[in-house]
Write a protein that binds this ligand. Structure first.
Ligand SMILES: [Zn+2]
Ligand SMILES: [Zn+2]
Length: 151
């Protein structure tokens, strides 16, 4: 599937998710999400803002932050804490805790959803009385593609 087709497909999915949940998918929210889905790597709020400058007149930082908050609440984007950057979620239709594999060479990020990791983190934190609000699992390394290139 081409990137453009992929973006169109996930955008359609996002629009119908918002519709079904009765929340508004405003043009700004749509634009921010589209930028993230079209990007090959995670983007910071500033990078998103920069790209929006080419599309709308004077986009305001609070607009971008509010749109990102909304998209995160709806599970349409994830925030990568270690990078202070955002990526579009590839399967926002059900709530999930994700793990992220971040490539230090190309900056690419893969999202994985391993229930066993979530469960074992839950068990361990519970046993020491830690209340997890937001489980963040980010692994820094080299992706398969970059590993191949380096050999
Ligand atoms: Zn996700
Ligand atoms: Zn890589």
């Amino acid at each position: 599937m081409t990137k453009k087709l992929f973006t169109e497909q996930v955008m359609d999915q996002a629009a119908s998710l918002c519709h079904n949940r009765g929340v508004k998918f405003t043009p700004q929210r749509r634009m921010v999400l589209e930028i993230l889905y079209a990007a090959d790597k995670p983007m910071s709020a500033y990078e998103i803002l920069d790209l929006m400058r080419g599309m709308v007149k004077n986009p305001a930082p609070p607009t971008v932050y509010r749109a990102l908050d909304f998209l995160r609440e709806q599970g349409l984007v994830h925030k990568l804490e270690s990078l202070q950057a955002f990526i579009g979620c590839i399967h926002p239709e059900y709530p999930h805790s994700s793990q992220f594999l971040i490539c230090a060479d190309c900056g690419g990020v893969s999202e994985i959803n391993d229930a066993a990791i979530v469960q074992s983190l839950g068990t361990v934190s519970k046993s020491i009385g830690f209340q997890t609000k937001h489980p963040v699992v980010e692994l820094l390394g080299t992706c398969a593609e970059c590993t191949g290139k380096n050999q």
